[in-house]
Design a protein around this ligand. Structure first.
Ligand SMILES: NC(=O)c1ccc[n+]([C@@H]2O[C@H](COP(=O)([O-])OP(=O)(O)OC[C@H]3O[C@@H](n4cnc5c(N)ncnc54)[C@H](OP(=O)(O)O)[C@@H]3O)[C@@H](O)[C@H]2O)c1
Length: 240
């Protein structure tokens, strides 16, 4: 009876996570959306089992994260989260290069792509909602790999790439620190591939169902030594 919690559940990869996870009625799935006034028709229509819950969480706002964690606690009523998927993210200014970064854009990317996953995990831990064997997935990108980024031309998505590289560093710190508190905890960074979503665009290489089924396979196959590691949806380890 695993319990999954994920952010950015209303569309793209998050929606597909909910679609695949809620098929199994023994899973509990708590999907967070930025705002309850988003169009949630598709999310709400998925597998109408009693095992799916939709909550609000703007991952760029501290007060919204706090309310979300509190609401999760009420739904779980003593049970613990087995899988926490920090999925929501933005790539709002792909045209910015290292010579044209705008401060407010960088701040927004750090807030949503780094601070959000940091504070959600921290708050869930402090509320004692994480299982001792929790698996935490921080959704990064190949663009967040230093090694894979060397020599890429043309240069673009600098703001986003920097935020995902920072998220990768967060994975290492969370992975090692949580292990001291929760002996079986595993935290990983995941590159979902280049996927046909609003962010990935129509020219992307793979469909969301392929990315998600691959990521779930990786997630379910993790072993204790895998904490603080970086994976692709297809199961290869990525250099930092
Ligand atoms: N698609 C790809 O090719 C690709 C490649 C590498 C990495 N990724 C990563 O995969 C994750 C999911 O991307 P996607 O392709 O599914 O993108 P998407 O289709 O653009 O969906 C992004 C999701 O994140 C949510 N979100 C954005 N800002 C938020 C905030 N402040 N609070 C709460 N939710 C917020 C969006 O909610 P709203 O509808 O409210 O905006 C939406 O649900 C992201 O972290 C992305 O960086 C994607």
């Amino acid at each position: 009876m695993p319990i999954y919690v994920l952010t950015g559940a209303n569309r793209g990869l998050g929606l597909e996570f909910v679609r695949q996870l809620s098929i199994d009625s023994s899973n509990t799935v708590i999907g967070a959306v930025r705002s309850m006034s988003n169009d949630l028709t598709e999310l709400k229509s998925l597998n109408k089992n009693n095992n799916k819950h939709v909550l609000e969480c703007n991952t760029g706002e501290a007060s919204s994260i706090a309310s979300f964690v509190e609401s999760c606690g009420k739904i779980l009523s003593g049970k613990k989260i087995d899988y926490l998927l920090n999925n929501s993210g933005i790539n709002a200014v792909p045209e910015q290069s290292s010579l044209s970064i705008i401060e407010s854009d960088m701040n927004e990317h750090i807030k949503v792509n780094v601070l959000g996953p940091a504070k959600i995990t921290e708050s869930m831990y402090k509320a004692d909602l994480l299982s001792t064997n929790v698996r935490i997935l921080n959704m990064t990108s190949g663009l967040g790999s230093m090694k894979a980024s060397i020599g890429i031309k043309p240069r673009k998505c600098t703001t986003y790439s920097i935020s995902k590289a920072a998220l990768n560093m967060l994975t290492i710190h969370q992975g090692e620190e949580l292990r001291e508190k929760l002996p079986g905890a595993i935290v990983i960074s995941m590159d979902p591939g280049w996927v046909k979503t609003r962010m990935g665009g129509e020219g992307a290489l793979i469909e969301a169902h392929e990315s998600i089924s691959g990521m779930l396979k990786v997630l379910h196959g993790l072993t204790k030594d895998d904490t603080a590691s970086f994976w692709t949806y297809s199961g290869e380890q990525v250099p930092w």
